[in-house]
Design a protein around this ligand. Structure first.
Ligand code: GDP
Length: 444
């Protein structure tokens, strides 16, 4: 899976990594190629569009780090956007509901629904000790119910006894009833598919949903599905309302676009992936791993991550020097605030510095918490350069102007100035004692 996409993206981005400087035109040219590669990999057009827009926005504005090439920066941005597009990490099947928890499996015929039903049942039984009941609601294909029964035997999970002639809705009702009586924790309903989406299928799914009140509705989709993936996911989500996706045949050599499109279009998490015909070929979904596979440039990504850390350290060192000299103006404070929010806010920052408890209290007393970073940065950026360098200039009328410009008030500006004064004094004192850098030294 993903080989050809990986090859294409690789050569495009390698082209970029050879260059010294990256202009907007370079970014655009590269993105045209990225766009073509994604389309060829069967990623849906609307998804490709929003993807390349986001990458462009970030790539053109990105501060290029000193030690890396601009093209490498683009690789990192493409990688991060792929991860974002694929969604969050490992969202497990949610069983947090009164027993029996109903899981409804939906999807087209041949997508791997029945196989996945048995795989999930096995997993819930073996890993979570759940007592599971499976029921096939596929009355259209005579062999379907028998197929699930046999898989049940194989994975040692109970299946609902087959009663010939019952409708899917009746079977669903009976399955839930049987699970209640039998003390099952989970009941998985394997619904019938069609070769394509049609109205009767959607009506049937809605009816089954009504009688069984499923807690999870998982759309099982073949990851080799091409451009249809978007319609498929959207239709099922709009008409039946899905809670997650399971992508099958991730072991195949398809172009992989479906994985990218379906999550983007529905916003629903990819919960599991099928990686083979065997009953244990079911895996959790890891966006970062998939993005690494698509891009095949993990080394560049980690290089950029390291460089970003280094640049932070370089900035920190410069700041430390400044503090030691006793100069700490509002420009410096703005830089500090930016760095703090980047490093996990106040909690994260203080956690890195031994003996900073007292300072934390002082800052808290001055009203500095994570939510205030943004407002404080807004205040500082509403000041003139002279005001930032020399806060003593800030008298009443200037404060009024800044309050209006930043959407805050004089009280908040005073709070900021008080905090700045406190920090500057403390840093001077720490510098004077020869401890060096103080606050920023702790970060290195
Ligand atoms: P259903 O019609 O949706 O119930 O599909 P089935 O569960 O009957 O699966 C159709 C075929 O796909 C079977 O031969 C399965 O063994 C196969 N299959 C299902 N999931 C996977 C998978 O993740 N990888 C591979 N290679 N084959 C799969």
């Amino acid at each position: 899976m993903f080989e050809s996409l990986q090859e294409r993206l690789g050569s495009i981005l390698n082209g970029l990594t050879g260059r010294g400087a990256l202009s907007e035109a370079d970014v655009s040219a590269a993105l045209r190629e990225v766009r073509r590669a994604l389309l060829e990999a069967d990623v849906a057009l609307e998804v490709v569009r929003s993807f390349t827009d986001k990458v462009r926005e970030k790539a053109v504005g990105a501060a290029v780090l000193k030690s890396i090439k601009p093209g490498q920066m683009v690789v990192k941005i493409v990688h991060d956007e792929l991860v974002a597009m694929l969604g969050e990490e490992g969202v497990a099947i949610d069983l947090n509901a009164p027993a029996p928890v109903v899981i409804m499996m939906v999807g087209l015929q041949g997508s791997g629904k029945t196989t996945t039903t048995a795989k999930i049942a096995r997993r819930l039984g073996e890993r979570q000790g759940k007592k599971v009941l499976m029921a096939s609601l596929d009355t259209r294909r005579p062999a379907a119910q028998e197929q699930l029964r046999q898989l049940g035997e194989q994975v040692k999970v109970a299946t609902l006894p087959i009663i010939a002639g019952q409708s899917p809705v009746d079977i669903a009702g009976r399955a839930v009833q049987a699970a209640k009586l039998g003390g099952h924790d989970v009941v998985i309903l394997d619904t019938a598919g069609r070769t394509h989406i049609d109205e009767p299928l959607m009506v049937e799914m809605a009816d089954i949903r009504k009688v069984s009140a499923p807690h999870e509705i998982l759309l099982v989709a073949d990851s080799l599905t091409g451009q249809d993936a978007v319609n498929l996911a959207r239709s099922f989500d709009e008409r039946v309302g899905i809670t997650g996706l399971v992508l099958t045949r991730m072991d195949g050599d398809g172009r992989g676009g479906a994985a990218l499109s379906m999550r983007a279009v529905t916003g629903k998490p990819i919960k599991l992936i099928g990686t083979g015909e065997k009953m244990d070929a079911l895996e959790e979904f890891h966006p970062k791993r998939i993005a690494d596979r698509i891009l095949g440039m993990g080394d560049i990504v980690s290089l950029v991550e390291k460089a970003a850390e280094t640049i932070d350290a370089e900035q920190a060192a410069a700041m430390a020097k400044k503090m030691q000299s006793g100069k700490f103006d509002l420009n410096d404070l703005a830089q500090q605030l930016q760095q703090m929010s980047k490093m996990g806010g106040m909690g994260g920052l203080m956690g890195m510095m031994p003996g900073m408890g007292k300072m934390k209290d002082q800052l808290a007393a001055a009203g500095l918490d994570d939510r205030m970073f943004k407002r404080q940065l807004a205040i500082i950026s509403s000041m003139t350069r002279a005001e930032r360098a020399n806060p003593d200039l800030l008298k009443h009328s200037r404060k009024k102007r800044i309050a209006a410009g930043s959407g805050t008030d004089a009280a908040e500006i005073n709070k900021l100035l008080k905090m700045h004064r406190g920090m500057a004094d403390m840093m001077k004192a720490m510098g004077g004692k020869g401890k060096g850098g103080g606050m920023m030294r702790g970060l290195m």
